[in-house]
Design a protein around this ligand. Sequence first.
Ligand code: MN
Ligand code: MN
Length: 448
Amino acid sequence: MKIIQNGTLVTPKGLYDLSLAIYNGKIVEIGEITPKEDDEIIDASGCLVFPGFIDAHTHLDLPVGGNLTADDFESGTRAAAAGGTTTIVDFATQYEGDTLLNALDTWKRKAEGKAHVNYAFHMAVCDWNDNARHELKALREAGVSSLKVYMAYDTALNDAEILELLEDAKKYGFIVGCHCENGSVITNRQERLKAGGRFGTDAHPLAHPAEAEAEAISRFCYLGKLSGCPINIVHLSTRLGLQEVKKAKEQGVKVYVESCPQYMILDESKYELPDFEGAKYVCSPPLRRAEDIYALREAVIVGDIDTIATDHCSFRFDTQKNLGRDDFTKIPNGCPGIEHRPVIMKKIFGDQISAMDYCRLMSSNPAKVFGMYPRKGALQEGADADITVWDPGVKWTIRANDMEQNVDYTPFEGLKVEGRPRFVFVNGELAAENGRSTDIHMGEYVRR
Ligand code: MN
Ligand code: MN
């Protein structure tokens, strides 16, 4: 057995100075444990012992307009482990003409044998048709409990399709996430900005107004209300969007909210940086204003945000972001973050949120919302031994040349941070130590 000793166990309800024993990939005992001779002792003194963190929004090995993300399941999950994340939920994408089950197979093959952490898949449905409708039951049986739809981009469904999908999704117990932005508003703005000679990164936030997010959130919430299906607003980024969620909740809509660290610490002034540096921050929705950062932080503190994910979608600055040097609409959208989410959240909130709340946002809530609890997201006997032993005292600086993410920059470059995982266990094996991968691939597909 491995015995984690001298640390403080964290659950959403409290802190406990107890030991924890791991055997055969599971947590087998929690309490005052007297080690036996051949037990391996893990010293967690001074550390908080969390159920491993879950990042329920990542894009690894994803083709976007002829570009493949810089991180695949090898480097992306290696970076996840290094930062303290033990399970990710990535997106399998059903493109036009494909079936849902084939899309799931395609993404499973991308991850198999490569993953340092556990992985599950949301199914992004981009071609809603009779065949897809009939596959929902089999998809649920294949361990997928969440769907995703887009209201923008060429992957978008129209409102009627989304409503039909929600109605069928409810029958089989799915939760449905949505990229909430009004696609035609964005496309129209991009065209008009370019017609007016605006091709730089500073035009990106102008093409994605907060109102386009809030309007789409409102519309998706009403479709959720009509269908009765539980819904999830992914990467919510604005104060206006939060207001729409509040209205929906007052009407009894079963709506969950995800946000991401980048929207709570970086603002849209990054798009005005010279030398095309703004491209490093081009993601959708874009970074927002100070008032949005303030509103999102407050929402986290009062409990209006359920889960924190990264939307990790990395593209190299030198060769990939560069494709949009003369036209901001050609910049591949997305930022890296899978490695730094835990420490950035700590940086943003410090002691404003308790270790228990932190545990809820980073681990137990995503496990519950996405159908993995208590196998994941809980420190209890019988749960999988996915454990993050967090050392709050370590001071360090985020540097692209000193990280596991396979990309040539980080939007958090130079940020001084505190805290780092001393040990990260995935299915009972040491996947990372002191912020570095151990090169052990213990990740398995998580049926939900
Ligand atoms: Mn999105
Ligand atoms: Mn995304």
